[in-house]
Design a protein around this ligand. Structure first.
Ligand code: ATP
Length: 257
């Protein structure tokens, strides 16, 4: 297996290209993308609809494969791995948070949180588990089923589920897309704290400049390419960059974001 050397970033893609369809229907979803995702950093991925954000995240998270280029998660190079190894990697090294929460409706909050560990035949590391439950502030909701919880509480369960196995990297796909701004802020604060307090690495796709401002870095995609990279973003600088990126894609005068 090819490795990424010592001191590797949490994840790295190198010269990643992915197309869909053929002939007139050919779409280049990713066009020679190279990106390092540093350990302990919170990265937001933004860009117009169809710019390749989900494709990039799915390739990084071993949920999809590219046509060419390399994807590393830690020291593992994904193209060299068999299906069983990829399943193990997803289980042991990667956490996922989806827009639609994706909780199991018949299980309690606590059972949902510990499900990935149960599947892996592992028990939660007790001290870490308590810290996660404490951080997501769900102590009195652990025996509730998802339909007895608000959207924000359900997403906090999903965040706890992603964090409890101490994955190398967490991928979040529009984690606040279905939440009101107050619940969204709670979830984003929680993600931010997991980076600041525990050194968690997070990659989040979002359309929301307010959500992106919680990150350390915002990577902008357009037409399958990385076209900008912003450090220490705030809402205004993100809106400014988004306007510039949209103008590059569509030469019509930029509209207000
Ligand atoms: N399964 C597929 N078959 C064909 N084309 C696809 C497929 N998945 C994605 N695409 C195309 O690849 C390009 C990138 O799509 P992708 O979903 O990665 O963009 P995105 O930036 O996540 O968009 P959005 O913000 O709308 O979710 C788009 O042109 C899309 O239509």
């Amino acid at each position: 297996m090819t490795t990424n050397g010592t001191g590797a970033p949490a994840a790295r893609v190198a010269n990643l290209t992915k197309t869909y369809g053929t002939g007139d229907a050919l779409v280049t979803a990713l066009d020679d993308v190279t990106l390092d995702l540093a350990n302990g950093e919170f990265t937001a991925v933004m860009g117009p609809s169809g710019s390749g954000k989900s494709t990039l995240m799915h390739c990084c998270a071993a949920l999809d494969t590219a046509d060419s280029g390399q994807v590393y998660v830690g020291e593992h190079e994904l193209s060299g791995m068999k299906d069983k190894q990829l399943t193990q990697l997803r289980r042991d090294e990667i956490g996922f948070i989806f827009q639609s929460f994706n909780l199991v409706p018949t299980l309690t909050a606590e059972e949902n949180i510990t499900l990935p560990l149960a599947i892996a035949g592992r028990k939660p590391e007790q001290e870490w588990y308590r810290r996660v439950i404490d951080a997501v502030d769900l102590e009195d909701r652990l025996t509730h089923k998802p339909n007895q919880l608000s959207g924000g509480q359900q997403q906090r369960v999903a965040v706890a589920r992603a964090l409890v196995s101490q994955p190398r990297i967490v991928f979040a796909d529009e984690p606040t897309g279905n939440l009101d701004s107050h619940s969204g802020a709670e979830v984003l604060t929680l993600l931010r704290r997991s980076v600041d307090d525990y050194g968690q690495t997070i990659v989040m796709v979002t359309h929301d400049p307010v959500a992106a401002a919680y990150a350390d870095r915002v990577v902008f995609l357009a037409d399958g390419r990385i076209v900008d990279d912003l450090r220490e973003p705030d809402r205004e600088s993100v809106i400014q960059k988004l306007t510039e990126v949209s103008a590059r894609v569509d030469p019509a005068p930029p509209t207000e974001v």
